[in-house]
Design a protein around this ligand. Structure first.
Ligand SMILES: Cc1cc2nc3c(=O)[nH]c(=O)nc-3n(C[C@H](O)[C@H](O)[C@H](O)COP(=O)(O)O)c2cc1C
Length: 216
């Protein structure tokens, strides 16, 4: 039975979060397709993982037999997160844009799981695992928009997820989510609504297609 690793990182709970609404739609469809499948859930806003430390980093390059107690403890936490990634048949990540890039909690998770010689390097251990990223953002950074060059979510996540971890990355991008609250964006509300609808539909369509592909 297939296992989904679902990670959320929005500050906001439930429906108050644009990315959680879409990851939730993806996960519900996935579970309909895989009623007996496992979902490993990490809510990084509620239960953040530790920032990488010198012990956690250096332990990744040292013989485990030589680890100090501090290195052993820090490395065990990294390995737990890495094993969750390695066990997953598919990964789902909610990655809202905060100050042009990803939430720091998601960066901390990445710093833990990217381990040269295991998940990264010549033979990345989760190579080819499909990962769907819901990259919600208050404005638009689409090609041709004035803020295109400030887009450090999809650019960055492509570098780490596709290039470093060798995962098969796909994005869903609900954008202009600040339009309903920001009077200066009032003209953009219809575009926001269309983007939200498209994202929710994409989540269901992609989850179903992925579940069918993995079952085949
Ligand atoms: C701390 C913080 C920083 C933000 N920075 C940006 C930003 O740089 N660009 C942007 O377009 N929206 C920004 N936003 C708006 C969010 O990207 C937008 O509300 C998005 O839908 C958040 O997804 P979420 O509701 O799942 O957290 C920011 C929001 C917060 C809370």
């Amino acid at each position: 039975m297939a296992t989904l690793l679902h990670i959320d990182s929005s500050l906001f709970p439930g429906e108050a979060s644009s990315s959680r609404a879409v990851t939730d739609a993806f996960r519900r469809t996935w579970q309909e397709q895989h009623p007996g499948g496992a979902v490993i859930y990490r809510d990084l806003a509620v239960d953040p993982v530790p920032h990488i430390t010198a012990d956690a980093h250096t332990a990744g390059f040292a013989d485990p037999a030589s680890h100090t107690p501090g290195q052993a403890a820090a490395f065990a936490e990294r390995v737990r997160l890495i094993e969750e990634l390695e066990q997953a048949d598919a990964v789902l990540i909610g990655a809202p844009m905060y100050n042009y890039t990803i939430p720091s909690t998601l960066k901390a998770w990445l710093d833990n799981v990217i381990l040269f010689g295991r998940t990264a390097g010549e033979t990345p251990s989760a190579k080819g695992t499909p990962v769907t990223v819901v990259a919600s953002r208050g404005g638009s950074y689409a090609p041709g928009t004035p803020r295109e060059s400030y887009e450090y979510v999809q650019n960055y996540l492509t570098a780490v997820l596709a290039d470093a971890l060798a995962l098969d990355v796909d994005f869903i991008v609900p954008e202009l989510t600040m339009a309903p609250q920001n009077p200066a964006m009032s003209e953009l509300v219809p575009l926001f609504e269309a983007s939200r609808e498209r994202a929710l539909q994409d989540a269901a369509t992609k989850a179903k297609a992925l579940a069918e592909r993995l079952a085949a």
